[in-house]
Design a protein around this ligand. Structure first.
Ligand code: UFG
Length: 330
């Protein structure tokens, strides 16, 4: 049986493809290459260029491949962009996911792993690691667009022979430990990516968004998780569902947070250089602090993270950034 990865040309999707191939799985990818890259998709995967909401293409993919599982990454991921363009986010993340889920049900695909997000929680009422049972109060259209998809999956699983795992990602960073993939989008706005690009001189400077949050140093606190640990959680989710496990929503984070200033200090330390930083206003849609309680993923999926080390995450992100600089120089 094969696994269909949507958004397999993107940052996390491309790592997922490598992890599946490493595990001996057959992999099919669909990506319309709006932000992903053809070169980022492992050549051993069968590739279809197109849109997950193209129901004719989806039928073709399901008829040409023996697919038993879908891992769904395709979507838009930038919180402030979603605040500026909510309808674009609901279209791309919610409406298109609805179409993909309908195609999966029509084709009788039994297993579905969904790339959800910690943004479904918004700012937790208590500043401590969140469990999956706290109230879901997204603060951005991005978070709402993902929560709406979780709700569709829940109701679909109640109505059909269909099991899903929604993995709520915290802040994903770093690159494949074997150097085969990394965060490659020049437009990426995520903190570790931006800080590494600034440290390497690819960017002139960067901003810290907000210094007056109710956190120890006034900057936002996040739970940074290595992308390789994250994709391993997806593999575990797949194995669990194939073995008869039921539907589940689980956090993917390490359970401890770092402030923006702590991350910047770590980048300075790991790279061994200083770089310019300006202090700016708060960014729209940012919760003050969000850290995972990962107990459920550990218990239900048997997920044991291997790369829980901020400096190591930053090292791998810097290595990938340098790889991109060399690649673009040729
Ligand atoms: N930040 C800066 N400067 C930058 C970039 C980011 O100060 O140049 C700050 C942000 O304001 C925020 C923190 O760094 O406080 C982290 O921001 P990111 O953009 O790296 O990530 P987000 O927390 O906004 O969002 C990410 C994912 C979401 C996920 C969320 C969960 O994109 O999918 O983490 O916490 F839901």
């Amino acid at each position: 049986m094969a696994v269909l990865v949507t958004g397999g040309g993107g940052y996390i999707g491309s790592h997922m493809v490598w992890a599946l191939l490493d595990a001996g799985e057959q992999v099919v990818v669909i990506d319309r290459l709006s932000t992903g890259f053809r070169w980022a998709i492992a050549p051993e995967a069968r590739f279809y260029e197109g849109d997950i909401a193209d129901t004719v293409l989806m039928r073709q993919i399901f008829s040409e491949n023996e697919i038993d599982s879908i891992i769904h990454f395709a979507g838009s991921i930038v919180v402030p962009e979603s605040v500026a363009d909510p309808l674009g986010y609901y279209e791309n993340n919610t409406v298109k996911s609805r179409s993909l889920i309908a195609s999966a049900v029509e084709a009788g695909i039994p297993h579905f792993v969904f790339s959800s997000t910690a943004a479904v929680y918004g700012t937790p009422e208590v500043l401590e690691p969140v469990t999956e049972s706290v109230s879901l109060k997204p603060e951005s259209p991005y978070g709402s667009s993902k929560l709406m998809t979780e709700i569709m999956l829940r109701d679909t699983a109640n109505a059909h022979d269909f099991t899903y795992t929604a993995l709520r990602y915290f802040n994903v960073a770093g690159a494949d430990p074997k150097g085969r993939s990394g965060q490659s989008s020049a437009l990426a706005t995520h903190l570790i990516k931006v800080a590494c690009a600034t440290a390497l001189g690819k960017r002139q400077s960067m901003s810290v968004f907000g210094t007056d949050y109710p956190t120890p140093d006034g900057t936002c606190v996040r739970d940074y998780i290595h992308v390789w640990d994250l994709v391993q959680a997806h593999l575990k989710a797949l194995q669990r569902m194939r073995a008869g496990g039921g539907s589940l929503a689980a956090n993917c984070g390490y359970g401890h947070g770092f402030s923006v200033l702590e991350v910047l200090d770590a980048v300075r330390k790991v790279h061994g250089s200083d770089f310019p930083v300006t202090f700016a206003e708060r960014r729209a849609g940012d919760p003050a602090m969000i850290v995972a309680n990962p107990a459920l993923a550990r218990q239900e999926l048997g997920w044991v993270p291997e790369y829980d080390d901020l400096n190591g995450i930053i090292r791998s992100a810097l290595d990938w950034e340098q790889h991109l600089m060399r690649k673009n120089a040729h």
